[in-house]
Write a protein that binds this ligand. Structure first.
Ligand SMILES: [Zn+2]
Length: 640
């Protein structure tokens, strides 16, 4: 097996093995508080010191100061390397690790599509005619969903049984393995399979060409209160939730015709919208709208109305979404429905015509942002708050590339209007604002370049290894050099800790963190290694949640560091007053303050040492003055 075992295999094994069972199989484990404790097998443990976190699927011993996930537990306990630990855990869970070639074959994927198509049809027919689907039919009817919609969206029902689908699959030769790999079956403690969807209304998720690739299951009234409202398929070879939109297959034509798409939050919102004549509606499948989905929508139109539920959680995410839109040169409008209603309820209470006329009043998102940022103070008086609000707005505006402004008349016009407006509102010269945007743009492109170099540097084999291998061509494969490096949590500085803590807790802000954080400031091997893991996963389009990152890493030391980061993060999260977004923002601000100071110090040093000629000296002095002016906010220039 190669060292670079692909992440899909790791994910499958990770999801199939429960850490509580695993550690329990080595000795006694008992519940304590929200987690479990066991005697630590790595030191002479009198009281159980090994803490097990079932939510994160991690373990930690504070006495030994080590921790990790299922993989690193086995590595440590059995004194084996990662590949061996993976194999042992796969055996334990009854997972056969095929070579990537076998798995990648087209026939194999075709089979998965067939299985999904068959399963959604089974669910659908069950809803239409089975007596046990009565309650589900009543529920849908009660929600105002018509028979036509049930057929159009192929809504289904999964009966209350642990093996309804598995049993049927057997007779159609869709094996439990196949059903598991498309996310419809799950695996129990002893490796036995069971139906993941039970007693739920089933909403098939189809790709833009109409092929079913996953399903979402909604709980029915009367289920016990601790049942999750929605269950979705996990990520599979067919389904990457961040690249799919519910209802897009049916909405495509309407979107092209209307030159606009309306993005909602729930399946029933979309169904209800279509019933009320709003055909260009889609929904995110349990995620916030992200880059993959925006790129997908861009194929059909370049204007999006984001329909937010009245709650604040929806509002908070708009900053990042807005930046994505600006960089994709798409027009984003935002609409919040009155009385905290979701679209489905709104439509049941009012009408499609009313929603359409509300949609036409949706505010431009940048305008929306300016309004929100300038709420509650006078930008002409409170200069400190004004500066940070303006900085924030300019950060977003800087995403419009110069090329766009040159080539697109309408973008340029809109850009100029905004500049004029900001200039009036903040009492700052337009020229000054332009200069600031340019400097933000320049910094961003420098960071991107550095990130590129960082990637290449981390990916290149260490020099000593490369030359050794060159010398003797037939040399056996060298172990990765990283095996000799010891990664330590204590190597991380305060800023890196904060960065990785935010990234560990909030996968949504990870892409933004990657883009904003200047890689050149990463100080230690440990920090660089962790950042690289994130970069690699991002490049591969993998999900960036903490568990995925943890299992993508094969080095037990890094796993240990990650667990420490997550522990710290969870402890602090209770105290954190800022949103993840704000934490990231303030982190980068602190950092750029440091960067600027370091750069100035270096320039002043040069001047003091008189290592430059007169012309350069004047140049440097001018630069320092300019930086200071920018730094101290966008005060009016003292031109007459
Ligand atoms: Zn210990």
């Amino acid at each position: 097996m190669s060292f670079a075992i692909d992440n899909e295999v790791k994910d499958r094994v990770r999801l199939a093995v429960n850490i509580v069972d695993l550690i329990g199989s080595y000795g006694e484990i008992r519940r304590q508080g929200r987690g479990f404790v066991a005697a630590c097998p790595f030191h002479d443990d009198r009281r159980p010191s090994l803490q097990v976190n079932p939510d994160r699927q991690t373990w930690k011993c504070w006495v030994c100061d080590i921790g990790g996930d299922v993989f690193s537990f086995v590595m440590k306990k059995e004194s084996v390397g990662f590949p061996e630990a993976l194999r042992m855990l796969a055996d334990r869970a009854g997972i056969v690790i095929e070579s990537p070639k076998e798995r990648g074959s087209r026939d194999d994927k075709k089979r998965l599509y067939e299985a999904m198509k068959w399963a959604t049809q089974e669910f659908h027919e069950c809803l239409l005619s089975a007596p046990e689907a009565n309650a589900a039919r009543e529920y849908l009817e009660g929600r105002g969903i018509t028979d036509e919609s049930i057929r159009k969206f192929q809504i289904g029902f999964a009966p209350e049984s642990w093996s309804w689908l598995l049993d049927r699959g057997g007779s159609k030769s869709f094996s439990p393995d196949v059903l598991e790999s498309i996310g419809l079956a799950a695996r129990g403690d002893r490796g036995s399979r069971y139906d993941r969807f039970r007693n739920r209304a089933i909403f098939p998720i189809r790709d833009p060409s109409g092929r079913p690739i996953a399903v979402g299951g909604r709980v029915l009234p009367g289920a016990s209160p601790d049942t999750a409202k929605y269950v979705n398929c996990n990520e599979t070879r067919l389904y990457h939730k961040s690249h799919q939109l519910y209802g897009l297959d049916l909405a495509r034509e309407s979107i092209v015709k209307a030159k606009q798409v309306v993005v909602m939050e729930g399946y029933t919102d979309v169904i209800m919208a279509v019933q009320h004549g709003i055909g260009n509606a889609v929904a995110c499948c349990g995620t916030a709208l992200g880059e993959g989905q925006i790129k997908l929508l861009r194929r059909y139109c370049d204007s999006v109305v984001l329909l937010l539920d009245g709650d604040e959680a929806g509002q908070k995410r708009t900053r990042e979404i807005l930046e994505l839109f600006v960089s994709e040169q798409m027009d984003l409008r935002i609409l919040t429905l009155p009385d905290g209603l979701d679209p489905c309820d709104y439509l049941l209470k009012h009408s499609g015509t009313q929603l359409k006329s509300l949609l036409s009043t949706a505010v431009d998102a940048l305008e929306h942002k300016i309004r929100i940022l300038c709420q509650g103070f006078d930008p002409l008086i409170d200069t400190h708050r004004a500066n940070s609000a303006l900085e924030d707005i300019l950060e977003t505006m800087s995403r419009v590339t110069r090329d766009t402004l040159v080539t697109s008349e309408s973008s340029r016009l809109r850009h100029d209007q905004l500049l004029a407006r900001l200039s009036r509102q903040f009492g700052v010269e337009q020229s000054e604002i332009r200069m600031r945007i340019d400097s933000i743009r320049q910094k961003a492109s420098e960071r991107a370049k550095q990130r590129q170099e960082f990637r290449q540097m981390q990916a290149a084999p260490p020099l000593s290894l490369a030359t050794a291998a060159d010398k003797q061509n037939a040399a056996p494969v060298m172990p990765p050099a990283t095996q000799n490096i010891v990664y330590k949590y204590s190597e991380l500085n305060a800023i890196e800790c904060e960065l990785f803590e935010v990234m560990a807790l909030f996968e949504d802000v990870v892409p933004m963190a990657i883009e904003r954080f200047p890689v050149t400031t990463l100080s230690s091997t440990t920090a660089k290694k962790i950042f690289q893991v994130y970069l690699d996963l991002e490049l591969a389009g993998h999900t960036l949640d903490f568990e995925s990152v943890l299992s993508a890493v094969e080095d037990a030391g890094i796993k240990n560091v990650l667990v420490s980061i997550e522990e710290q993060a969870s402890r602090k999260a209770v105290l954190a007053k800022m949103t993840p977004d704000e934490r990231l923002h303030s982190l980068c601000e602190r950092l750029s303050g440091q960067e600027d100071r370091a750069y100035r110090r270096q320039q002043i040093n040069l001047l003091e040492k008189k290592q430059v000629d007169a012309e350069t000296e004047l140049d440097l002095l001018n630069q320092i003055v300019l930086q200071n002016r920018l730094k101290h906010g966008l005060v009016q220039t003292d031109n007459p």
